[in-house]
Design a protein around this ligand. Structure first.
Ligand code: SF4
Length: 64
């Protein structure tokens, strides 16, 4: 199973990912964090990955 992860060092807090996938990403202290990776089923996390201006989001294979 794949889950999105945010590189908090790279993220500039633009909010695009949280706009595209509000069930998955939230902005906390101007940094995106993944609140529910399972919610990708109801949005397009790949679009968030492709749209992030600093390529801070990637997939992690959980092996499950
Ligand atoms: Fe951060 Fe990228 Fe999300 Fe913008 S789209 S808040 S830079 S992770």
């Amino acid at each position: 199973m794949k889950q999105p992860v945010v590189d908090s060092e790279a993220c500039i807090g633009c909010g695009v990912c949280a706009h595209l996938c509000p069930g998955v990403f939230e902005i906390v202290d101007e940094i995106s964090r993944v609140k529910d990776p399972g919610a990708c089923a109801s949005c397009d996390c790949q679009e968030a990955i492709d749209t992030c201006p600093v390529d801070a989001i990637s997939w992690r294979d959980t092996g499950a």
